[in-house]
Design a protein around this ligand. Sequence first.
Ligand code: COA
Length: 373
Amino acid sequence: MVETKSTAGLRGIIAGSTAICVVGAGGDNLRYRGYDVEDLAEHAIFEEVAHLLLYGHLPTRTELDAYQKRLRSMRGLPQSLKDVLERIPADTHPMDVLRTGVSMLGTLEPEQDRSHQDETADRVLAAMPSILGYWYRFTKSGERVDTATPDKTIAGQVLRLLTGREPSDERRRFLEASLIVYAEHEFNASTFTARVIAGTLSDLHSCITGAIGALRGPLHGGANEAAMELIEKFHSPEQAVAGVKQMLAHKEKVMGFGHAVYKRRDPRNAILKRWSEKLSKGAADAHLFPVSEAIETFMWEEKKLFPNADFYCASAYHFAGIETPMFTPLFACARASGWCSHVKEQRADNKLIRPGAEYVGPEPRPFVTIENR
Ligand code: COA
């Protein structure tokens, strides 16, 4: 008999291969198809990175123009999807709106033929910000907004839909960086979910709907909203340190800290911290930046835990005028590019994903009829 041992949370288990992204190779690095995420976040726009992930190479200027045109042409939503969005209660979490919206899209435009998977992926990528923006504006002000905004980029479209204003160049550039940083992260929980669903030969909308569900939890994408809720409680760095000290004493987790793969630092954090600091200048609640830094220093000193991407992204989104419940949905709109790329990769060399389990239940025993129990 082969002896097997379970590993909680599959930590350290190589569950497949991928050419899309490497996390932590030779240190705490993150590269998309060989390119360092720092370089991409500094110089690229989100559509360039989505093209890289989905189609394997950085687009030329002509390819990028054509890709952006294609995605823009896919921003409109079918009337029956808008009808459904209008019926979703206003107090619903927008991650549930996204999950419902993508699922509904799958009923209206089902993926019948896998040979059109690129078109389906691009459509999902283009539709997600529209689903979010349409529902948000309708529930907030009753406005039936035209989701095909004049913005060339998804970053600009999202900012305009969620803030109702012409975005500044600084905010546009920040949003590009945040979407790039959130676009892909190897076999994280939501991407793995998408691959498991793809492995059964299911359709792309099912993969994305399942992935949105996995991303929603506070141990994964939901951490950025939880981090914001924490930071906002404090009015000074001293108060923050006292509050977090108490949390640790009660064995509570501080959301936005720690990582399952990175051990010393999350390479995405430096990018987002810089943006948070920059955007905090002149903000009414600029004190939230020093509050965040005080928590960072304390968590390192006390627990040797470092901020992950979600910690400073939270305050940066806040300073950019985005409401907290939209943080994780924005993460989802970005990660959809990674999810779709992994679905394509899984399909290209598919094997049903079906691990074993270490049995810890009762020994074999005889069945007892109901009268004799
Ligand atoms: N706050 C306080 N303590 C934390 C912590 C955090 N954010 N993250 C880990 N720890 C502690 C655990 O309590 C545990 O302590 P113990 O050994 O005394 O019980 C230890 O560190 C190991 O925690 P564990 O959850 O098993 O670590 P992991 O490496 O398997 O998990 C995360 C990684 C991301 C799940 C974990 O760090 C976490 O829950 N972070 C908060 C949620 C978050 O920010 N998620 C987004 C990730 S990008």
